[in-house]
Ligand binder design. Structure first.
Ligand code: HEC
Ligand code: HEC
Length: 263
């Protein structure tokens, strides 16, 4: 008894007891919560994170840093979210091939499962925008083509052209055509704002409006090309201009030729 009371009065007794108590509470809590949540999905998720980390170390860390913290040539990916990775890798922009003005859309290097692993890994570093699920992307049911067209003309046309055919920007950059882009990638482009494209938050364009935009782009894509070549679908003005320059040019040519012959 005497020994115990001496121990109890020891200077370290208080802190030690506290550490012991915290440890016990911590472990109990962890065990309890692990038992509650679906242990299998937790394990599967951490396996996906690990797979993504390995893929990242091999294919991305040379530019983005060992821990995605960024490097001299590429930005940090902490907090960009799964959506940004899914867009960049899913459209083949990343891994970047040549470091010229703009990362180009190309054939994706990774398959869907690997893209998911990379996205899950980057999302595990810090929270960011998530990949929109199929239930969110229900533009066929929830969107309105008319509203989408209006939103497109006010928010996107200045860069992507009035018919979403793409256009040149300053400094050799360009906004690509939106024909043939997967609905998921259109949504992700809006919420992540790749390169010189701004981010369209849910306050600027609500999720329902985003679906309308997708619906309008898909409708434009399906439109048949009446009257021959599309000429970038800029409208009757270009078409008229083309006829004028070609036609008048031809007439002038004929006139000059006749005048030469007459001499
Ligand atoms: C050769 C260098 C290089 C490699 C390799 C590379 N990246 Fe990038 N990455 C860049 C540069 C430069 C940018 C910034 C310019 C841009 O967005 O095009 C960028 C941008 C990004 C962005 C956008 C960040 C944001 O702010 O939204 C993501 C996401 C990304 N990279 C993911 C990846 C992943 C994942 C890999 C591996 C599969 C990878 N990158 C490989 C150079 C690289
Ligand atoms: C300030 C100019 C600008 C505006 C405004 C803009 N974008 Fe973009 N957008 C770009 C640029 C530049 C890129 C190419 C980025 C890249 O290659 O990383 C791009 C890329 C995209 C892509 C990816 C296309 C592909 O080939 O994968 C989609 C989809 C897109 N934009 C949709 C939109 C929509 C929808 C709007 C309107 C809500 C919009 N953009 C507004 C400049 C713009």
């Amino acid at each position: 008894m005497k020994r115990l009371s001496r121990l109890r009065r020891h200077r370290a007794a208080g802190p030690l007891l506290l550490i012991f108590a915290l440890f016990t509470i911590g472990t109990t809590f962890q065990l309890a919560s692990a038992a509650n949540s679906d242990t299998a999905t937790v394990a599967a998720r951490s396996a996906t994170v690990e797979e993504g980390k390995q893929l990242f170390l091999k294919g991305c860390s040379s530019c983005h840093g060992i821990n995605a913290e960024g490097g001299e040539v590429a930005p940090s990916l902490i907090g960009v979210g799964a959506a940004s990775v899914d867009f960049q890798v899913g459209t083949g922009r990343m891994p970047m091939a040549d470091m010229s003005t703009q990362s180009m859309r190309k054939k994706p290097v990774y398959n869907a499962e690997e893209v998911n692993a990379l996205a899950t890994y980057v999302a595990s570093l810090a929270p960011g925008p998530d990949v929109p699920s199929d239930s969110v992307l229900n533009y066929e049911r929830d969107g309105s083509v008319a509203q989408g067209g209006e939103l497109f003309r006010t928010n996107c046309a200045m860069c992507h052209n009035f018919a979403a055919q793409g256009g040149a920007l300053t400094q050799g950059k360009y906004a690509p055509t939106l024909m043939g882009v997967e609905p998921k990638h259109i949504y992700e482009a809006m919420i992540t704002g790749p390169q010189s494209m701004p981010v369209f938050s849910d306050k600027t364009i609500t999720p329902e409006e985003k679906l309308s935009l997708i619906k309008w782009i898909k409708a434009a894509e399906a439109e048949p090309q009446l009257g021959g070549a599309a000429l970038g679908r800029v409208g009757p003005v270009t078409e008229g201009l083309l006829v004028w320059t070609l036609g008048i040019g031809l007439l002038i040519g004929v006139a000059v030729w006749l005048a030469m012959k007459a001499r």
